[in-house]
Design a protein around this ligand. Structure first.
Ligand code: 3H9
Length: 697
């Protein structure tokens, strides 16, 4: 026996307890321990076997860290089959999260009991694979095609109550998993309950799997795993059980070989790694109970909503009582969304809006808050005034945060007598929905202030990324470059519609011009005006078509027209006929003869510009590691998760090819295509961005 599974014989019941913290992943030691435990139970003359997990959870799935390495026997599907084929009664007692291979072990058992808080599911598609240890063969026999496809293709977790209703588990009972499992096994033995192998149950009736495959592929926007999983379920209907298991394994292995699997597993580990910074090891955050928010527009109200939902008291400061009431209305509107979705009760809603939220027009009311976030107009002079006033009233030790999306936090901090307490907390709109939080660490920000930013993000359920100070920090700085690459392609002959289509095909939820229409074209207009006023870099290509759209009052969806005409609804996205003539006028003025672009070239240029700027952001230390950029783009900019993030994608397509493209394009536009020194260095050394992630771990 291995240490990962301990064996104990209690009368005629053998107990196999998993001890593989933190999540009892089904690594090699656990698998071999389970097989040996079953064999030993049979040899010892036991009549039943109980399987349960010590610690936080039943098995949370196969050990993802083993993926990509040569698989080692016993393979998980064989372990499940070995459990199921035992002549003894096998009971699994579930707590925590029985996921993927964990649920498959439970389905290989003959009976399943769970504590009320247990959650279960087959989330393999969320890491780019599909159930590979009988999940697609056993679950349909238990719950039918519709339910099993819902569970498998969404990867969602279901609670014990729903699992009981569906018949995935046999009983829900409060108590320690070991105790409830033992009592259940005893009861089953005493009543002479039969062995009950799901593989021996009849398969569900056939349905139109081709149609289901097509529908699933369409829904998952280019991600393959959910659709391939449909083929696995199809095998449960069309093939005898053992053949179905073989087919499932083949499909699982096919997915295992894909870049999509690599991308999604990279995303899984990156989002867990992103908050782990060496500089914060052992640094305690400051306590947080009361926070202030300055400015109750869309952004401020979203931040306040998120803070209230995470249990903080919020003082909202506005310029006038009317503006404060309007902010409260926005917050209540946001919270009523949570109420409608059943996330909070009416009593909680009342409590949050009437007790936890207070309104003020006086800075004095911020004197006792632990942290204050300003979300006022993006103007340095306005921000400086706010911070001067905060410095005058806030208690010592209060964290003073700016939600600016590009302004220099060092300059803002310098307005105060306590720059160590100043930090950037860049939320993304709508702030109560979007998961990304950029924590912008200025020159003098104290480590415990950074730790407090991360603690706030965690409390709010955000994915927080550390960023350094520069124009646009990590995300908006990179965005401005790849948007420029797209604008250049338009000048040279592409249309916004072609570009949107190519990038949506690549996997972005929306192309850049559709996103512009959604966010409001006035934002980019203001940025262009500011940059022109500051002076464009020499040789930079400028254009006017986007300004002309804005000058005509066309700011996108909110005005009914932008790159698209929304008269027929937001989804219709009919091209606005004014756009192409504006573009043609720019081309004529610049003496450009338009040329054709293929979708492939559009993606390549757009992505190369994104990767190149990302490499600059990492090289300059604005992002600590490549994974910080990947997480930023995944959570704030709609980057397709199955591609892992721009730098993981770059590793997979190959850095030398990307650099060669950039060098070639630099021959015609040396101003824009300046290779990042870090990219050149990695190519010269034959290394990848992921090597840098590993070195920093
Ligand atoms: C599968 O089962 C395939 C089979 O069908 C077929 C096979 C043939 N492996 O998330 P947390 C680590 S595919 C290795 O922070 P939480 C995680 O990296 C698998 N490590 O905690 C972290 O490490 P660290 C299907 C894993 O409480 C630590 O555990 N299963 C695994 O917020 C704590 O994790 C899944 O996809 C793993 N499977 O959430 C489940 N899981 O401390 C994936 C976690 O060094 N896991 N770790 O950063 C989860 O969804 C969540 O981790 C879970 C706990 C809900 C379990």
């Amino acid at each position: 026996m291995t240490d990962a599974i301990t064996y104990e014989l209690m009368g005629d019941i053998a107990i196999l307890a998993a001890n593989n913290p933190p999540v009892n992943a089904l690594g090699y030691d656990v698998r071999i321990g389970l097989v040996q435990g079953i064999e030993r139970a049979e040899q010892d003359g036991a009549r039943a076997v109980l399987i349960y997990g010590e610690g936080a959870t039943f098995f949370a799935g196969a050990d993802i860290r083993e993926f990509g390495l040569p698989p080692k026997e016993p393979f998980l599907p064989d372990v499940c089959t070995r459990i199921e084929s035992s002549p003894l009664i096998v009971v699994s007692a579930l707590h925590g999260t029985a996921l993927g291979g964990g649920l498959e072990i439970a389905l290989g058992s003959h009976y399943r009991i769970a504590v009320p808080s247990a959650r279960m599911g087959l989330p393999e598609v969320l890491i780019g694979v599909m159930p590979g240890a009988g999940g697609t063969q056993r679950l349909p026999r238990l719950v039918g095609i519709d339910k099993s496809l819902d569970i498998i293709t969404s990867g969602r977790q279901i609670g014990a109550g729903e699992a009981l209703e569906l018949g995935i588990i046999d009983r829900v009972q409060d108590g320690a998993p070991r105790e409830i499992g033992l009592a259940y096994a005893r009861e089953l033995l005493d009543m002479g309950a039969p062995r009950r192998a799901i593989s021996e149950m009849p398969a569900p009736a056939p349905v139109d799997f081709d149609a289901l495959y097509d529908a699933t592929l369409k829904k998952s926007r280019g991600q393959l795993a959910p659709a391939v999983a449909v083929r696995g379920v199809q095998a449960s209907v069309e093939l005898p059980f053992a053949e179905g298991m073989k087919r499932e394994r083949e499909l699982f292995r096919e997915l295992m070989e894909t870049d999509q699997r690599q991308g999604m597993i990279h995303a899984f580990f990156a989002e867990r790694q992103v908050g782990k910074l060496p500089e914060l090891k052992g640094v305690a955050p400051r306590p947080l109970a009361d926070i202030g928010v300055i400015g109750g527009g869309t952004m401020g109200a979203g931040i306040a909503t998120s803070a209230l939902l995470s249990g903080l008291n919020v003082t909202m400061l506005e310029m006038s009582p009317e503006a404060a009431e309007a902010a409260k209305g926005r917050i209540a509107g946001n919270l009523s969304g949570a109420l409608k979705r059943g996330k909070i009760s009416q009593a909680k809603f009342d409590d949050l809006t009437e007790k936890a939220l207070s309104l003020t027009t006086s800075y004095d009311d911020l004197s006792q808050v632990d942290l204050v976030i300003e979300a006022v107009y993006e103007d340095m002079e306005v921000k400086k005034k706010v911070f001067t006033q905060l410095d005058a009233v806030c208690k010592p030790g209060a964290v003073l945060a700016s939600n600016t999306s590009y302004l220099n936090i060092d300059e803002i901090a310098a307005m105060t007598s306590r720059p160590g307490d100043v930090i950037g907390l860049h939320f993304f709109s709508p702030a109560h929905v979007m998961k990304l939080l950029e924590i912008v660490v200025a020159d003098k920000t104290a480590p415990e202030v950074t730790a407090t930013g991360f603690a706030l993000g965690k409390r709010m359920g955000k994915v927080s990324v550390r960023a350094g100070v520069c124009d646009g920090f990590i995300g908006n700085r990179i965005l401005s470059i790849y948007r420029t690459a797209a604008d250049h392609m338009i000048l040279d002959g592409a249309t916004p519609y072609q570009i949107d289509a190519a990038l949506e095909e690549f996997g972005f939820a929306m192309g850049p011009y559709a996103v512009g229409d959604l966010a409001g074209l006035d934002i980019g207009w203001a940025v262009r005006k500011r940059k022109r006023a500051e002076g464009l870099p020499e040789g930079a290509r400028d254009f006017t078509y986007a300004d002309k759209l804005c000058e005509g009052g066309n700011f996108g969806q909110k005005t009914g027209k932008g790159y698209y005409d929304y008269a027929a609804g937001a989804r219709a996205r009919v091209p606005n006929p004014d756009v192409i003539p504006f573009i043609e006028a720019d081309r004529a003025a610049l003496g450009i003869t338009p040329r054709d672009f293929t979708s492939d070239e559009i993606v390549r240029r757009y992505m190369a510009s994104m990767v190149n700027e990302s490499a600059k952001v990492v090289g300059e230390g604005i992002a600590r590691r490549p994974l910080d950029v990947d997480v930023t783009l995944l959570y704030g900019y709609g980057f397709p998760r199955y591609r892992g993030g721009p730098l993981k994608w770059a590793d997979m397509v190959g850095l030398p090819g990307l650099l060669a493209d950039i060098r070639e394009w630099a021959e015609t536009d040396p101003n824009f295509w300046q290779p990042a020194p870090l990219l050149e260095q990695l190519v010269a050394e034959g290394r990848t961005f992921d090597d840098l992630n590993k070195e920093s771990a």
